[in-house]
Ligand binder design. Structure first.
Ligand SMILES: [Mg+2]
Length: 295
């Protein structure tokens, strides 16, 4: 996970105030908006990490903007710091009640504002890190079981049209571990992950379900393409040339079970179950093969 440059949206109807903020926040990418509607449009289009929000603005005021942002999935977690000339207790209380994380009164002290901005961005970075750790497999960096099911279910529920599930399993993986040791086994898992990752479409959901078991859920209009890419993955894994600690050549193969959604399949679990049945067939009929259930 890379640390990226953070983008701050500054919203104020007074342009002179925006100029001050832009000057102050020169270490960040700053986007300005002079009104609430404009601010909402920008948030819808850009990836915003933090919002500095004026309260008193004509038309939609800062509270209304904040409330709106908190209702929208994409923006509900963006921290909002209110910056305003209002300093009565009720205004401050309302700012927190509507969902603001912090409150700075104008005229603000530049160093104080910077420190508050920094701390919110640090919190956010930490949350992102924790979320990444909670949703990715530490060894391979791909989705873990929990996240795979979450995203794959979402994909199924969006539309099951042309949807496929592939279950993949490294053949006789225990034997690889027993013969060459666990570090070699780990290398095999990483290499197989790499091959699968390089040969699936960008929109595919790819996760490690457990030990040596992987799953992919993807949508594709061309059935032949799906079949070919899964065959290609199987072939490329077969061609991998990995070395054990002591320099021995390790060969590995995978078996694949693939199912496409049809009228008998009502949810993701059923789709994966069909794919798993095909995987079982592939294993039972000699391994290193892909078995498709496509009508
Ligand atoms: Mg104002």
């Amino acid at each position: 996970m890379m640390v990226r440059r953070r983008t701050i949206l500054a919203v104020d109807d007074t342009v002179a105030n925006l100029d001050i903020l832009i000057d102050l926040l020169k270490d960040y990418d700053v986007i300005e908006a002079t009104g609430g509607v404009e601010a909402l449009e920008i948030v819808a289009e850009e990836k915003i990490d933090l919002i500095l929000l004026d309260i008193m603005m004509p038309g939609m005021d800062g509270y209304a903007v904040c409330r709106k942002l908190k209702e929208i999935e994409k923006s509900k977690d963006i921290p909002i710091i209110f910056i305003t000339a209002k300093s009565d207790e009720d205004a401050i209380e309302k700012a927190y009640d509507t969902g603001g994380v912090d409150y700075v009164t104008k005229p603000f002290k530049p160093k104080e504002l910077l420190a508050r901005v920094k701390i919110q961005l640090e919190h956010q970075e930490m949350i992102e890190k924790l979320e990444f750790m909670a949703s990715h497999d530490p060894m391979t960096g791909i989705y873990n079981r929990r996240k795979f099911f979450e995203l794959a279910s979402r994909k199924f529920n969006e539309s099951s049209e042309n949807l496929y599930a592939a279950m993949m399993d490294i053949d006789k993986f225990k034997k690889i571990n027993d013969t060459y040791g666990h570090p070699a086994g780990d290398r095999v898992i990483k290499a197989v992950t790499g091959v699968i990752g390089e040969n699936i479409d960008d929109g595919s959901i790819f996760g490690r379900l457990g030990g040596e078991e992987f799953a992919v859920v993807c949508r594709h209009p061309d059935q032949e393409c799906v079949v070919e890419s899964l065959e290609l993955i199987r072939e490329k894994v077969e061609q991998l040339e990995l070395k054990s600690e002591s320099g021995e050549l390790i060969r590995c193969t995978i078996s694949e079970g693939v199912a496409k959604v049809d009228e008998t399949i009502n949810n993701l679990d059923e789709l994966l179950q069909r794919a798993d049945e095909m995987l079982y067939k592939a294993k039972g009929s000699g391994r290193n093969k892909a078995v498709f259930r496509i009508r």
